[in-house]
Design a binder for this molecule. Sequence first.
Ligand code: HDD
Length: 698
Amino acid sequence: MSKEDPKLQDLNRDRVGHEGKELTTDQGVRVEHTDDSLSAGERGPTLIEDFHFREKLTRFDHERIPERVVHARGSGAYGTFTCTEPMTELTRAHFLSEAGLETPVFVRFSTVGGSRGSADTVRDVRGFATKFYTRAGNYDLVGNNMPVFFIQDGIKFPDFVHAVKPEPPNEMPQASSAHDTFYDFVSLQPETMHMLMWLMSDRAIPRSYRTMEGFGVHTYRFVNAAGKGTLVKFHWRPKLGTHSLVWDETQKIAGADPDFNRRDLWEAIESGNGPEYDLAVQLVPEEREHDFDFDLLDPTKIIPEEEVPLRVIGRMVLNRNPDNFFAETEQVAFCVQNVVPGIDFTNDPLLQARLFSYLDTQLIRLGGPNFAQLPVNRPVAEVHHHQRDGYGQHRIDISPVSYHKNSIAGGCPHLASIEEGAFRHYTERVDGQVIRKRSESFKDFYSQATLFWNSMSDWEKQHIVDALRFELGKVEREYIRERMIEQLGHVDHGLASQVAEGLGLSAPPESGRNHGRSSPALSQATQPGSVATRKVAVLAADGVDAAKLGPVLESLREHGAVCEILAPHAGTLNGTGETKVDRAMQTMASVLYDGVLVAGGRDSVDALRRSGTAVRYVAEAYKHAKPVGALGEGVDLLREAPLNDARLSDNGLVDESGVVTLAATGNGGRELDQFAQAFAQAMSEHRHFDRNVQVVPA
Ligand code: HDD
């Protein structure tokens, strides 16, 4: 299997364009008229012989397939995975065998609880599923943006999903865990506490799929050519760092642009700024399996990075949007059991259940056993077997036989040897009684929840407390709220007390359980950031000082920022020269940008001051801890907005908590450049939570 294998081009093989073509029926018969049905007389009844009409309606009636039972809302993209560090010593996996070796991929990001049309920015886990079209067959790494899961055994998955989904009597609430059945379940199933901490943290409201980590969650196994295993955890690390939205903002975005994350991914790829992720692994030699104070088979546990460091072995770039959402993103069928030689499973009971569930779900969702033949699912590796027939069979098998062993077809397809790349399940000794019992080694439910809490910065802790107060505030039954406070008390007394206070409940007794350990790598406070691809709303109106704005925008764009000029009206603005408006201010919202910059110019700023919308842009951005900048007279608009304790100076450069201003007078090229640098720096820091602003709805 060479690097230049031409089959890798095959991912495009089923794209059909219609340019210059005539409209036809499914049978290829050309159609001359599709606006009126065939009828007996101009005002008469429609005729059943109108086969075009019947075909058109029938096809329409059958357009929908069942949405995924979980992860129904998603967005996909194609890209390339490149191996950067060969892993041949530890795994036979061909796609990890040579530095520089490229493998095409399709990735689908998703939310979990909401239905297909739900909003992107809800508080939820995000799916991060990758299909590697390797030369040795398809490998699906079906992960999430959180490294643990709610439950330890897959037999609880239907219970968990039923609890988090909208409630049975009224199908409410949509795409939200803030309701009774969810908290009834988790408070009775304390293994959920660690994942609950992640769900209440900022990880559950990512700024973008491009700023989100991914995790394989389970401990998997690498197997090398000698059959030796090494335990492995997979991590995707975004090049742009891991960054989140704030809660108040997510709710507003859900109204202003329910497709926020989908659009972000799409636009980034269209503009050539597709996301990049490193693939990193944590490797544990099998001899060390029992060296930890938790069980590596327990999917509610992480291996702290401080204990087993991450090793980067590859890089993935997503660079092509699908052509057709349904054909590709909807029909892609990930299956956890799709592994390639060199990668194997462990006995994690959640993973074992998944090995059954994904195939089962694709059979109902995609209507039969031939879904692997759909273009997005088809391997680039050759497929030869004796499986036959079924709904939607596209292959025309020309072999005279469909069984093994045979002599009529010369024994083909014949079996492959290990040397020829055959998959062989890892040889593992298993002893034990047939028993329905959770392993004792799985029974510490709180230590890592506490570890996560301890690892958060002050503002991250505050966000968790706020999230729990919000969610539990929506729980109607007081006994469930009380039970949750008791559970939180086992995680950390301070956490439980603060949440209890917000709910008007009494704090639980101090359990003294907090072990005091932390894992700094879990915090988002130290994430790398850059201004590249971040969106700036530039507020301006007629009379804008374009002479000063121009160089600032030029500099920001050079750093990769996406600057859009928003004005009270579309078209162009008068002022020093003509300025093209990108969007009318009313069609967008502050929450759709990463920062706000107010342009100078007396008339422009006075017009903006009179506009409630412009004031709101600034006030909201400030409350959401985003960078706010003002050039010249633009500082006056900042004065109009309630910016709490931000110190504004009108005679110099102020760079405090992400508020960057430049005085109205006496600024030349050097000052403008300094201003642009300071604003870019503030943007690259993502959010400025040291402002200590209470985020209340504006
Ligand atoms: Fe799952 C979809 C991730 C536990 C059963 N799951 C699904 C998707 C992702 C995950 C990313 C969407 C794939 C896509 O984009 O099409 N699931 C996870 C992770 C889990 C997990 C990281 C825990 C570590 N899942 C899990 C369990 C079960 C399932 C324990 C059942 C026993 N998951 C499914 C499913 C879905 C699915 C019902 C629904 C649609 C689909 O498979 O294709 O089979």
